[in-house]
Design a binder for this molecule. Structure first.
Ligand SMILES: *[C@@H]1O[C@H](CO)[C@@H](O)[C@H](O)[C@H]1NC(C)=O
Ligand SMILES: *[C@@H]1O[C@H](CO)[C@@H](O)[C@H](O)[C@H]1NC(C)=O
Ligand SMILES: *[C@@H]1O[C@H](CO)[C@@H](O)[C@H](O)[C@H]1NC(C)=O
Ligand SMILES: *[C@@H]1O[C@H](CO)[C@@H](O)[C@H](O)[C@H]1NC(C)=O
Ligand SMILES: *[C@@H]1O[C@H](CO)[C@@H](O)[C@H](O)[C@H]1NC(C)=O
Ligand SMILES: *[C@@H]1O[C@H](CO)[C@@H](O)[C@H](O)[C@H]1NC(C)=O
Ligand SMILES: *[C@@H]1O[C@H](CO)[C@@H](O)[C@H](O)[C@H]1NC(C)=O
Length: 917
């Protein structure tokens, strides 16, 4: 996933409502993934269900998964029908089809103090910054490139015609296998849900091409970009159209195809908020790992949401979740222009703004003052003796007043072109639409300052501009002292709701330079855990070359044990303790150390679970595979403990903006703690935890590392986590914030009790001709913590209603049933919005009348058969009516048993009112 909302992340205020998001991957109505009990013919299976009832979405018969995804044609009774199918003896499990959003990307162009860096690396040693950070350069310098390893990339495709990505597709090419599962036009949502697969996984989005370059870009490029494993072959499984979503049945197919094609590693930078490993996509990925193929998945970009916000499929069991670290240098691709200072030619980099009519502009620079430290440069009207500025590009320092103000002052003297120079590191794209002005751009601070100095010295500075979008790009590296090497603020935090350790380890994903589709500029700097994950995939390939094993567990254990944990850092400040394991996993990968370690651990991490399920005493094995005996010494280093909730009894989680960490560490005891292991032998070690003595009501997540130092100067660290308190007794439902709003109201303002909602007639929910006259009630559920199951009951309020007479009683609640779409399973923290068209899960419509919703959310580790394991709340009552059918609809068959009931009900209400009088 790519960071889209970096600014939002940085600016995130510590309010709960802002931290809560609604990003549960949506369900595709009426669509299900069926897993067969035994292999069977899919055509025959669908035929048996009735081709008039069910259509086949995708045949999913693979070596590791036998099934199909199907679509009930009549979504009206889909759930009822699905329940029947699930009971067939030939069916093992059924899952709803969910959609995952297409990864987005932003080209970044800002950083810190400018500094020239190595531009070309061909021939010399590898100095690519992300490789230096992870020891990947050492492999390249030693000639190890992942030769012979097949890496499958499940993404938006790959621009295989890109010269740095081999330029061809098929056997013998860098991108040697794979296919397009969906086609360009596919969006996965209404109007475009029909995949049109073909053989060519060409990328029309950009994300997959960037990912591929991080793994295997060849050195024939102008920016010194090097893939971490240039010798691998890539498989491109394209699961997105040019934009839109991917449903999990396509993802399941892609993973199985990649597995069956003999891939040695499968990488995917795709995900959605979850925290639960039960997602069928995650389950399929787990199964592939169990069968010996490592799968790395990006950890997610929801760092701002705080702990317990793992993303699927990264949160699957045995799936390796990759977190992101900030690059030690921030690369920026600037448009290049040329400049002549007293006849001496040079080039410079800039970022185009709005307007952007720069093509062919060649003019001297002019500036209103030579003070390069003026905080408010150009904010005042220009002096009377200012020359006609239409003959110049006006150079203005950024700061104090608005860009528009500065441009207006210049334009008042005839200026058509303005070049800002920055007052901080990097450049930004400035928009300032002012009459008469044709072009706006920005140059880095040091470029601007050098020009002003030249002007001050009486030199003539003439600039030749080019069209910023088509101009050749100029690579500049900015230093990044505040964030370099620390966890990216956007990287998602674990653990899962089952207290599984997530993420596993980190690689650089913040400000990554790589290849991009030729049509979109060929190279780009992007940020996100999406950019981190492929580097980890490449490291797996290098490890396979060196160690000769492809075993997922062995490689994960080695990478975790040798990774380097770093200090916690936020807003440029470190509190002096390590970042929590639930943020950085084992730490930043040190690939060379992992490839050459002779001490092996039997696990990659340890979870002590919460207090209620505390497994305080656990064992792991240390193996000495070296040639001589080694004396080991075990010790403990605590990492920051992160609070989950703001207050003990509250349901308000702590988002990153208000993140509090404490230095209350657990204490660990080892038995034995110092021992010698002869060459080729192993030793079982017992570790016993005493969790920190702090308030379990706020569900603090503690973590740290077991340091294993050997007399052979080996130094390993084994990450562990635990939770103080009880997940099971923790309320999940925010009763105060759960409300009814109007579906048309984006702001979710609660409506008063007994608000009337006029719905379109049953069966016409979609009909736009009713839109102006109708509005749906929107149920807004706020979950302060994840819930494995949410049940909603439609409760009739008036006794008069025939609905009330038909209602059943479930757990003491009178109910007409659940709205169509409920129950829902495995929800992450956050907001769940549901607009109701009056339809119930049995396919009937609720008659007109007064209702309220009763909401039950099951607690973590709760038993769904026990009412007391649910949090319960009720909404205010609201009145439901159906609009009268418009004349043109009369005479059409309306599949609405409720119409008649409505009339009866309305009469009943009238009677009731009469009685009241
Ligand atoms: C390149 O790396 C190799 C292996 O680490 C080293 O021996 C050599 O000195 C390096 N060369 C340069 C020019 O740095
Ligand atoms: C923690 O305990 C719960 C309840 O027994 C269990 O479901 C879960 O798998 C445990 N987590 C781990 C990591 O062992
Ligand atoms: C092991 O590490 C501990 C903690 O740093 C230290 O006090 C102890 O002296 C070490 N023991 C040996 C045998 O190195
Ligand atoms: C173990 O090794 C690491 C890395 O060299 C070092 O920072 C740490 O102090 C060592 N711990 C002990 C207890 O010696
Ligand atoms: C809403 O309507 C119900 C049923 O007509 C009635 O019992 C209740 O008092 C009303 N509530 C409010 C707040 O008006
Ligand atoms: C809404 O319209 C779409 C497209 O015509 C259809 O597939 C869907 O079933 C309709 N939904 C409802 C609730 O009628
Ligand atoms: C809905 O209202 C808008 C604004 O009043 C009007 O322009 C539009 O034609 C109406 N649409 C229908 C379907 O009546």
């Amino acid at each position: 996933m790519v960071r889209l909302d970096f600014a939002t992340v940085l600016l995130a205020v510590a309010t709960v409502s802002q931290a809560l998001k609604q990003n549960t991957p949506p369900i595709v109505p009426g669509a299900y993934i069926v897993e067969y009990e035994n292999d069977q013919d899919t055509k025959a299976f669908v035929n048996k269900l009735g081709p008039n009832k069910v259509s086949l979405r995708k045949d999913l018969r693979f070596r590791l998964f036998k099934g199909a995804s199907i679509q009930f044609k009549d979504t009206k009774n889909a759930e009822e029908q699905a329940a029947k199918v699930a009971k067939l003896p030939t069916v093992k499990r059924m899952y709803p089809v969910r959609r995952y959003p297409s990864p987005q990307h932003t080209v970044l162009s800002t950083g810190d103090a400018a500094q020239e860096f190595v531009k070309r690396q061909q021939g010399g040693n590898d100095t690519f910054s992300t490789h230096l950070m992870t020891q990947v350069n050492k492999f390249r310098d030693a000639g190890i490139t992942g030769q012979g390893i097949k890496v499958a990339v499940i993404d938006t495709g790959i621009d295989w015609q890109h010269p740095a990505l081999g330029g061809c597709f098929g056997p013998g090419c860098l991108v040697s296998y794979g296919s397009d599962l969906v086609g360009d036009a596919y969006r996965g949502t209404e109007g475009n849900t029909q995949p049109v697969p073909d053989d060519d996984p060409m990328d029309c989005n950009g994300h997959g091409t960037h990912v591929a370059g991080t793994i295997a870009a060849q050195t024939n490029n102008p920016f010194g970009i090097i893939g971490a494993a240039t010798g691998v072959t890539l498989g491109a499984y394209r699961v997105f159209g040019c934009s839109g979503d991917v449903p999990n049945d396509i993802l399941i197919a892609a993973y199985n195809m990649a597995y069956e094609a003999g891939s040695d590693i499968i990488t995917a930078s795709i995900g959605g908020a979850s925290g639960w490993s039960e997602d069928p996509w995650a389950a399929v990925v787990s199964r592939i790992v169990e069968n010996g193929v490592p799968c790395v998945v990006s950890a997610g970009n929801d760092g701002a949401t705080g702990v317990f916000y793992a993303s699927t499929a990264a949160n699957g069991k045995r799936v390796t979740a990759i977190a992101s670290t900030e690059n030690i240098l921030t690369p920026a691709l600037l448009s290049s222009g040329s400049v002549e200072v007293d006849g001496k030619k040079d080039s410079f980099g800039f970022t185009g703004g709005q307007p952007t009519n720069w093509d062919g502009v060649k003019l001297p620079l002019w500036t209103v003052s030579y003070n390069t430290a003026d905080p408010a440069h150009g904010c005042d009207p220009y002096p009377a003796d200012t020359p006609d500025l239409s003959k110049y590009i006006v150079l203005i320092r950024r700061g104090t007043c608005t860009f528009v103000q500065k441009v207006e002052n210049a334009a008042a003297k005839g200026a058509k072109y303005v070049m800002f120079y920055n007052n901080v590191a990097g450049t930004i794209s400035v928009a300032a639409i002012v009459e008469g002005v044709q072009g706006i751009a920005m140059a880095p601070a040091d470029t601007g300052v050098s020009w002003v100095k030249a002007l001050e010295a009486g030199k003539k500075v003439e600039v030749t501009m080019s069209n910023p979008s088509s101009a050749p790009k100029f690579l500049t590296y900015f230093n990044n002292p505040d964030t370099q090497g620390f966890s990216s603020p956007f990287t998602s935090w674990g653990p899962t709701f089952e207290v599984e350790v997530k993420p596993q380890f980190s690689t650089p994903g913040g400000s990554i330079l790589s290849t991009y589709p030729r049509a979109a500029g060929s190279y780009a700097v992007l940020s996100g855990t999406s950019m981190a994950c492929p580097l980890a995939a490449a490291v797996y390939a290098l490890m396979m070359n060196v160690r000769g094993t492809k075993d997922p567990k062995t490689i994960e254990n080695l990478l975790s044990a040798t990774a380097k944990p770093n200090l916690f850092r936020r807003d440029g400040v470190s509190p002096g303790f390590l970042a929590p394991v639930v943020q950085q996993g084992g730490g930043l990968i040190q690939a060379w150390d992992a490839a050459h370690a002779t001490t092996l651990l039997s696990v990659s991490s340890i979870s002590f679970n919460d207090t209620e399920n505390l497994r305080a005493k656990q064992e792991f094995t240390i193996s000495n595979t070296g040639k001589s005996s080694v004396t080991y010494n075990l010790s403990h280093v605590g990492a920051g403990t992160a609070w989950t909730f703001q207050r003990p009894a509250s349901i308000d989680p702590v988002p990153l903006g208000g993140l509090e960490l404490t230095a209350d560490f657990a204490s660990l005891a080892f038995s034995p703690s110092t021992f010698t292991i002869p060459a080729g032998q192993r030793k079982i070690v017992t570790v016993t935890v005493t969790p920190p003595n702090i308030d379990g009501g706020r569900l603090p997540v503690y973590s740290g590392y077991i340091a294993i130092n050997g007399s052979d100067s080996s130094a390993l660290s084994l990450p562990y986590i635990g939770v103080v308190g009880s997940l099971h007794s923790r309320p999940v439902l925010d009763k105060e914030e759960t409300l009814i709003a109007r579906a048309k109201d984006q702001s979710n303002m609660a409506v008063p009790a007994n608000t009337t909602f006029v719905l379109p007639p049953a069966g016409f929910s979609n009909d736009t001709s009713y839109r102006n006259r109708t509005d749906f009630p929107k149920l807004v559920i706020i979950l302060g913590f994840g819930s494995p199951l949410i049940r909603v009951d439609v409760v009739p309020v008036t006794n008069c209603s025939i609905a009330a007479r038909n209602a059943k009683t479930v757990w003491g609640t009178k109910t007409l049933g659940q709205p169509e779409g409920f129950p829902v399973y495995y929800q992450p923290r956050g907001k769940l919005e549901f607009a109701w068209n009056g339809k119930l899960s049995d396919g009937n419509f609720a008659p007109a009348g007064v209702y309220k919703f009763s909401i039950r959310a099951l607690r973590v580790f709760g038993d769904e058969n026990k009412a007391e394991e649910f949090d319960v709340t009720e909404t205010i009552p609201f009145r439901l009516k159906y609009a009268k059918q418009t004349p043109k609809r009369r005479g059409m068959v309306v599949e609405d048993a409720a119409v008649e009931a409505r009339q009866v009900d309305e009469q009943c209400e009238k009677d009731e009112k009469t009685v009241e009088r």
